[in-house]
Design a protein around this ligand. Sequence first.
Ligand SMILES: Nc1ncnc2c1ncn2[C@@H]1O[C@H](COP(=O)(O)OP(=O)(O)OP(=O)(O)O)[C@@H](O)[C@H]1O
Ligand SMILES: [Mg+2]
Length: 256
Amino acid sequence: MTTPLVEMRQIDKRFGAVQALRGVDLTLQPGEVLGLVGDNAAGKSTLMKILSGALQPDGGQILFRGEPVRFASPAEARRRGIEMVYQDFALCDNLDVARNVFLGRWPLRAWGIVDRAAMQRAAEAMLRRLRIDIPAVTLRVRALSGGRRQSVAIARALSFDPAVLILDEPTANLSPGATQEVLRVVAGLRAHGVGVIFISHRLQEVFEIGDRVTVLKQGRHVATCRVRDATEEEVLELIVTGGRPGAGAGAPPPAG
Ligand SMILES: Nc1ncnc2c1ncn2[C@@H]1O[C@H](COP(=O)(O)OP(=O)(O)OP(=O)(O)O)[C@@H](O)[C@H]1O
Ligand SMILES: [Mg+2]
């Protein structure tokens, strides 16, 4: 068996009175798309913010390529090759596509002048590689549709050449057409050997592009299964019941 790209073991996280994560395990294999699903407040974003260094766990361990790691900041996670595109991804609306892709790292010529031509060429190459269809990298991001903005956010994350890309609900608020565009980009990342963790509320999408799916409920790991071995109905059942037979949507939360 190959060493997992990422292994999160027994991760705990508390915010004041809220126990957001309790002993959660997650593994990501190289070149796979892992769906991460669960109801609101299941802990999906919190778990991924821990992996990307934005939050520190209270307990548990993270292994990256088999080696224990600790990320005190997103910059440290980035140095190891872990990138996250947040739910409310931060693009600068009034800057063009190329400047957004290379935000904070604009290439300079002599006397500190931004090398626009170099930046545009690099941005075009990146979009081509991802088969992202944007008419011109000189367009302001403000002028783009939701799907294309999401694609620019993904291109920006990939410009750091990560081994792991985390996407937090990349298709929320997108039209069906824009959603397909983003799913196609994400599915294409496999060919580049990038491991993707894809948070979604839409199981259909996870079944369309995922290799495996991990289910969380109320801060606990419920199950991880191969997409091709399961049905959407089965995974939905796990999301709703937390894998406890007889527990329905209206059941009280577990004690403790
Ligand atoms: N910074 C924070 N401060 C306090 N509580 C937080 C914070 N971040 C998350 N929480 C709480 O932790 C729990 C898990 O939240 P999280 O955002 O990880 O859930 P989620 O699965 O991503 O939900 P959603 O599907 O709504 O995005 C929730 O009860 C939430 O209110
Ligand atoms: Mg979330």
